[in-house]
Design a protein around this ligand. Structure first.
Ligand code: AHG
Ligand code: MN
Ligand code: MN
Length: 335
C-alpha cells in the first residue's frame, strides 16, 4: 500500500500528473480539474472546522429537491464547489445534491468536456455534533461534443463510465481519497501549507472484515435476506462481527475501505428505493470500492452497471469486502 523506499513528499497535484503520464491521451486538463476539487476541499474544511465560530451551523431556512432542510454548510459547500469548478474552463456541466437541475457551465473557451457530479457536504445530520462529514465527487467525460444541447445524455451515464471519483473526509484529519481507474490513493491535508500530501497509495480493501455498518433502527423494513444475514453476523459461528455506524457515508465507507467488512443502506419503509443517491453517493463509492478490490451492489445488480433515469434517483447500497457483500447477496437470493 505504501510507496516503496521513495520518501519524496508527493502532493496530490504531482501524483495526478504522474498518473496522467500513464494515460498518453491525457493533456493535463484533468489534473487542472482535480486541483479545482482540492481547492474547494481546503476551503470547505476550513469552514467545517470553525463552523460554530462563524455562525454557520444549523439550518439555512431552505429545502433541497428531496425536501430535506439544507444546513448552512450544505449551501456554503455547494457554492464553494461551484466557484472552484465553474471557472476551470474544462467543466461543461455541474450537478449537485443541492441543485434541482444540472447546470451548464458557460466558459470563454467554449464548452468544457467534463461533467462533475457531487454531494458537497455528506453527513449533514452530523455537522452540529462535530462528527466527521465529507464531500463526494464523480467525474465523467461528456458524450456529446460542441455546444451542450442534451444535458440528460451527458449526465445520466452508468457508473462504469466514470473517469474519476473520490471523496474528502473532514475527520480527525482531512483525507482526500481518489481513483482515476488506476488504483485508490489517499492524501492527508497538511494544514500549515494547505497541501494534500500522499499518505497511502494503491489502497486494497481486505478480502473480508469483522465489521458491519447499518442503521439497525430500520431493520424491520429490511428485506428478509438482510435481516437473516444480520442475525447470522451476531452468532459465535460468524466471529462475531462488531457494529459501527457513524451516519456519514464518507466516514462509514472510509473505515470499510481500510478495515474491510460491509456497509449497508437497504430499502426501508421511509425510503422504499433506498435513501442514498446513485449519481453522487453510490456510484463514486462503488468505483472506489471496486478499484480497491471490494464490490458494490444494490442487492440485485452491480451499482456501476445501473443505467440512471434521473439525477437524484435513490438506490439501496451494499458495499465492502467481496466476501461479506457476496454473502449478503446470497442471503438475499435465498430470501
Ligand atoms: P447527506 O448528508 O448528503 O444527505 O447524506 C446523508 C446520508 C449518508 O451520509 C449516510 O450514510 C445516511 O444519510 C445516513 O442516513 P440515516 O441517518 O437514515 O442512517
Ligand atoms: Mn450524502
Ligand atoms: Mn449532502
Amino acid at each position: 500500500m505504501a510507496r516503496s523506499s521513495d520518501d519524496r513528499l508527493i502532493t496530490v497535484q504531482q501524483h495526478i500528473i504522474e498518473q496522467q503520464r500513464a494515460h498518453p491521451t491525457a493533456t493535463g486538463e484533468f489534473s487542472w480539474l482535480l486541483s479545482g476539487i482540492t481547492l474547494a476541499a481546503c476551503i470547505i474544511q476550513a469552514k467545517v472546522r470553525r463552523a460554530a465560530l462563524l455562525d454557520i451551523l444549523g439550518g439555512a431556512g431552505s429545502a433541497n429537491v428531496h425536501g430535506e432542510i439544507q444546513q448552512k454548510l450544505d449551501v456554503l459547500a455547494n457554492e464553494t464547489m461551484e466557484r472552484c469548478l465553474g471557472f476551470r474552463g474544462n467543466v461543461g456541466i455541474l450537478a449537485s445534491e443541492e441543485l434541482d437541475e444540472a447546470k451548464i457551465v458557460s466558459s470563454p473557451t467554449g464548452t468544457g468536456k467534463y461533467v462533475v457530479i457531487y454531494d458537497p457536504l455528506d453527513g449533514s445530520s452530523n455537522i452540529d455534533v462535530n462528527v466527521s462529514v465529507g464531500t463526494i465527487f464523480s467525474i465523467f467525460e461528456r458524450i456529446t461534443s460542441g455546444p451542450i444541447t442534451d444535458v440528460k445524455r451527458d449526465v445520466l451515464q452508468p457508473g462504469t463510465k466514470q473517469i474519476a471519483a473520490g471523496y474528502v473526509v473532514y475527520g480527525s484529519s482531512t483525507v482526500m481519497c481518489y481513483t482515476t481507474g488506476n488504483g485508490v490513493h489517499m492524501f492527508t491535508l497538511e494544514p500549515s501549507i494547505g497541501s494534500f500530501m500522499l499518505s497511502a497509495e494503491n489502497v486494497c480493501m481486505p478480502e473480508r472484515g469483522k465489521t458491519y455498518s447499518v442503521n439497525e433502527a430500520n431493520a424491520d423494513a429490511f428485506p428478509s435476506g438482510i435481516q437473516k444475514w444480520l442475525k447470522w453476523a451476531k452468532t459465535k459461528e460468524a466471529g462475531p462481527y462488531t457494529a459501527r455506524y457513524i451516519g456519514s457515508l464518507v466516514a462509514d465507507f472510509h473505515r470499510t475501505l481500510l478495515r474491510g467488512g460491509v456497509f449497508l443502506y437497504p430499502r426501508t419503509a421511509k425510503d422504499p428505493t433506498g435513501k442514498l443517491r446513485l449519481m453522487y453517493e453510490a456510484n463514486p463509492i462503488a468505483f472506489l470500492a471496486e478499484q480497491a478490490g471490494g464490490t458494490a451492489s444494490d442487492g440485485t445488480q452491480s451499482i456501476l452497471e445501473k443505467q440512471p433515469e434521473s439525477l437524484h434517483e435513490r438506490t439501496p447500497l451494499i458495499v465492502g469486502s467481496k466476501r461479506e457483500v457476496e454473502q449478503v447477496l446470497d442471503y438475499l437470493k435465498r430470501g
